[in-house]
Design a protein around this ligand. Structure first.
Ligand SMILES: N[C@@H](CCC(=O)N[C@@H](CS)C(=O)NCC(=O)O)C(=O)O
Length: 342
């Protein structure tokens, strides 16, 4: 078995194996041509979710198509792999555009001997069938800033020049202690490392609570990449990290500002309309059998809480600044409405 994607001693993430850059002007070698690239994601994965949100906020749905893998990976050669299945809308168990069953095929298209990790998100060149990038951070920043003419009219500036330092400063702390911190807690091999991870996680959440008590968004008066990065973890927190990853000092719904902020974004086009809590629950509880041996999927909490009033407008700020909200979710990309589960 490959070195596990989540090493048990420490959550050290490997650098992306594929990191070609796609930009509007092609100055790094690849130009963002409509239809040329397909974004393979899992709705469960918080790193892939960032790219899905940016794609939608920027209106890049026509420029780069979306392939959604089954949330429950299939074991192939002893390792769990992202696959396309009939159940999640891929006829014949193959992605209709790439013609592959397992994402691994695209990772191996350029090198049949490739034996590294196979992760989502992955941007695949439709012409060659090869993965171009699995660098979620670069993908989301490039889509926000470099896909220029392909973005919709009214697309927001998610990474304003004057705020980049602040966005990165917060992003680094949020990444270390929150985005990755939940994994550190969930996969901690001993009490000391669990205690340290949980302490830092809640210290950081407390800091964000404080910050968000007086301001609607993390940086500036509009949505930025800082919000996209934090929100992908907040969305999953009470449903999976609180129970499965033992991040249970507090729920997000027990924080006044963070819960209001999380609901505000959920109800903003580009966020909640890309969220699939069923995929999230199924993936974490069924795949992570090292920490949930029975694979039983927890039922709660009642997701309808996401739709309750948040009153965050009172803090001022406008989600899209000078821009406009994205239009309706394209046909075939809708997520199921929130339903009562418990
Ligand atoms: N590859 C990136 C992040 C993307 C990532 O971790 N994706 C997960 C899903 S959330 C994945 O696809 N893991 C491979 C697997 O589960 O087999 C990294 O580790 O820094």
């Amino acid at each position: 078995m490959r070195a596990n994607r989540v090493p048990i001693e420490e959550i050290e993430r490997e650098p992306a194996a594929f990191a070609e850059r796609v930009t509007a002007d092609g100055r790094f070698g690849r130009a963002a041509e409509p239809g040329r690239y397909r974004l393979v994601v899992s709705r469960a994965c918080p790193w892939a979710h960032r790219v899905v949100m940016v794609r939608r906020l920027m209106g890049l749905e026509q420029a780069v198509s979306l392939a959604v893998a089954d949330p429950v990976q299939e074991v192939i050669d002893g390792d769990p792999h992202w696959v396309f299945t009939e159940e999640t809308g891929s006829p014949g168990g193959r992605d209709p555009v790439l013609g592959i069953h397992a994402l691994r095929e695209a990772y191996r298209a350029g090198d049949p001997g490739y034996d590294g990790g196979v992760s989502v998100p992955a941007l695949v060149d439709v012409e060659t069938g090869r993965v171009v990038s699995n660098d979620y951070d670069r993908l989301s920043t490039d889509m926000a800033t470099e896909w220029g003419g392909l973005a919709r009219a009214g697309a927001p500036d998610l990474y304003p020049e004057g705020l980049r330092e602040e966005i990165e400063d917060i992003g680094e702390r949020v990444y270390r202690d929150v985005n990755n911190g939940v994994y550190r807690a969930g996969f901690a091999p001993d009490q000391a490392r669990y205690d340290a991870a949980v302490a830092r996680l809640f210290e950081r959440l407390d800091e964000m609570e404080e910050r968000l008590s007086a301001r609607r968004y993390l940086v500036g008066d509009h949505i930025t990449l800082a919000d996209v990065r934090l929100w992908s973890t907040l969305l999953r927190f009470d449903a999976v990290y609180h129970g499965l990853f033992k991040c249970n000092v507090r729920k997000i719904s027990e924080y006044r500002a963070l819960w209001g902020y999380a609901r505000d974004l959920f109800q903003t086009p580009g966020f909640g309309d890309t969220a699939n809590l069923d995929h999230i629950r199924a993936h974490y509880y069924r795949v992570m059998t090292g920490i949930n041996p029975t694979g039983v999927v927890a039922a709660g909490p009642d997701p309808r809480g996401w739709l309750t009033p948040h009153h965050r407008e009172e803090l001022g700020g406008t989600p899209f600044g000078d821009g406009t909200p994205p239009g309706p979710v394209p046909e075939g990309e809708q997520v199921p409405p929130l339903g009562r589960r418990c």
